[in-house]
Design a protein around this ligand. Sequence first.
Ligand SMILES: [Zn+2]
Length: 282
Amino acid sequence: MQSKKIIVLAISLTLSFGGLVSVAYANHSWGDYHWARTTNPFMLKIGNNVSSAWVPYLNEAISDWSVSPILDLTKVTGSTSPRNCKPKAGQIEVCSERYGKTGWLGIAQIWVSGSHITKAITKVNDTYFKTSTYNKPAWRRLVMCQELAHDFGLNHQDEVFGNTNLGSCMDYTSDPDGTLANPDQLTNEHANTHDFDQIETIYTHLDSTNTFASLVTSARGSLNAVNSQLRSRLEDLDQDIDLDNPAEWGGAVRRDARGRNTLHVRDLGRGEKVFTFVTWVQ
Ligand SMILES: [Zn+2]
């Protein structure tokens, strides 16, 4: 209970210093959010809305995570403009753009209904990736690998930047390829065994429905897809939330070792929430 009190206090301080309206969000711990599926492995579509500079890194992240016996990730043509990066029901959309000096290198957002992910996006911010500090293969690999994994429900393994690399892109680091340490340390550019074990834990059970959109849609499948598209349009219409704006991300539920908020949750009502994972600049 003690730690919960501390977190709630920290959130309200952040909100008042930030000049935001203080809303009482419940303190949710991270849960086993996952795409609902009736079989394993399942095929998840990854919409490509990235610039040519990012394509090799998107491809690499897709093949890294597809090593999991649970996941079969398939790149498809994106369905949104990178600037807007709108989610599409049943799949992940990945976008790159100069989003401005937002403070973040990358964000991942997942929409959940109950414990099931229904749509997800990843954005990487070229405002920073065009600079000499971040325009490096190791930084691009780390961020793309990590943000993509949030979209199927993985959280960070470690949130301290300065400690020894765990050899996973789900580990925060200031030394992505491990060459700043002496001697060199493990690289955090790819997934490791612990990440794959975690995916198996989250995805062991099967569900009675699918929340992902299959590539070959049956009549029933396409009806479900149309339904969820309609639902998501209605939500967009009646909520008008600008999720590019950190003030709209909802309360913080996790912070990194530097005290920066790394995971937010916003309750959309009707049992739906949106989670936002943030990778801040150094
Ligand atoms: Zn389930």
